[in-house]
Design a protein around this ligand. Structure first.
Ligand code: COA
Length: 372
């Protein structure tokens, strides 16, 4: 980082089905909670970055920068960024650039998505905008379909069984029970994952992150100090189309972003106490752990089966348990890490958020110091 960027406050709505709340209402709730948590006034914010993917298609609302800015009395400069399911973390990355370049002192970062108002087919089609419209979408693929292909290939290559894969969602749902902001807060046994409705073979309903509404907001500052500092913010990209990748059981953007983030933070991956990773589908959690070299290729399931890992993985419940309002997830992950580091008094946490089938990946490392 080219400047100290402190996390001074955060807020969010509970993720879930909010049929009585519009996209602007969700954003307002998260923003208001973050400002209160930071102990600042709205006037202290001098820029806004909002991450959102499908607001225009589903809610008929574009211009989310201006819309969010209008919530504050002084209407600070604001912009919206889009990077599919990584929109939230790319908004954080953009805010870091504004702070590091001294364009701003205190930035409000918002991630928001409203998904449950539309039919699932409309949502699947809007989400497929994150795929390659010339090579992948014409094959009839949806995102569950893409990750179904990835899971099939992975099981073929490494011998992962259906029963083993079910351990992933079961664990993340167990974690979500303790999170009051999670969409799903009850236990899900591995057996019920294996026997849930088929969605895209071999993936079943409970392998998939759900359709969700929600918003999260954080406030980053270089002039207001806090014990929580962003030690790294790294963005990487890969070929958009699966057809152009040498493998579909490993994501180069994750490998690049995570490796560069550790270098930027000057830490070894073993120093990370809490990891929030992008488990849009259960198989993605295993691949991500392997791409970040917490497990060898094909061995990610060991972290769920043996439970020997000292680092926590998706203690919040992840996308599976918390829900995945796509633009909100990357911002909410930073807020979760802050809560986890404060509670455990550990030093480093990492947030991994990707968009599409890993075509865009953003990794943030949050450092917690006992003394500001
Ligand atoms: N996890 C846990 N429970 C889920 C769930 C999920 N992913 N999705 C739905 N449920 C629950 C619902 O709450 C509902 O419970 P209820 O009957 O008690 O109310 C029940 O399962 C059926 O839900 P429904 O909405 O009818 O499911 P659906 O078949 O319409 O949609 C999916 C299920 C998996 C197709 C949909 O959630 C989906 O497309 N997920 C992937 C989203 C995606 O691609 N995101 C981008 C990632 S890159």
């Amino acid at each position: 980082m080219n400047a100290d960027v402190f996390l001074v406050g955060s807020g969010q709505t509970r993720f879930g089905e909010w049929w009585d709340k519009s996209l602007p209402a969700l954003i307002e709730e998260a923003v208001s909670a973050a400002i209160t948590d930071a102990g600042i006034t709205a006037l202290d914010i001098d820029a806004i970055v909002i991450g959102n993917m499908i607001g225009q298609q589903i809610s008929g609302q574009g211009q989310l920068g201006a819309m969010t800015s209008a919530l504050l009395p002084h209407r600070p400069p604001a912009l919206r960024v889009e990077a599919a399911c990584a929109s939230g973390s790319v908004a954080v990355h953009t805010a870091c650039a504004l702070l590091e370049s001294k364009r701003a002192e205190t930035v409000l970062v918002v991630g928001a998505e409203k998904m449950t108002d539309a039919e699932n087919t409309a949502i699947a089609s809007a989400l497929m905008g994150a795929g390659d419209s010339e090579r992948d979408a014409p094959a009839g693929l949806t995102f569950p379909g893409i990750f179904g292909l990835i899971a099939s290939r992975y099981m073929h290559d490494y011998g992962l069984t259906r029963e083993e894969l079910s351990l992933v969602s079961s664990r993340h749902h167990e974690h979500a029970k303790a999170n009051p902001y999670a969409q799903f807060r009850s236990s899900v046994s591995p057996e019920s994952v294996s026997s849930s409705a088929p969605v895209a073979d071999p993936l079943r309903l409970l392998d998939c992150s759900p359709i969700s509404d929600g918003a999260a907001a954080i406030i980053l500052s270089r002039t207001r100090k806090s014990p929580l500092r962003l030690a790294a913010s790294q963005l990487a990209t890969d070929a958009l189309s699966l057809a152009e990748r040498p493998t579909i059981t490993s994501f180069a953007a994750t490998r690049d972003a995570f490796c560069r983030a550790c270098e930027e933070a000057e830490i070894d991956r073993k120093e990370i106490a809490h990891l929030e990773l992008h488990d849009c589908f259960s198989i993605a959690a295993l691949i991500n752990l392997e791409d970040m070299q917490f497990a060898d290729p094909g061995q990610g399931i060991g972290i769920y089966r043996d439970g020997l890992q000292e680092m926590s993985v998706n203690l919040s419940g992840g996308l599976k348990g918390c829900g995945h309002p796509v633009g909100a997830t990357g911002v909410k992950q930073i807020r979760d890490l802050a809560k986890q580091l404060k509670a455990s008094k550990q030093r480093f946490g990492a947030a991994h958020n990707f968009g599409g089938a890993g075509a865009t990946c953003c990794v943030h490392i949050l450092e917690h110091a006992c003394e500001p």
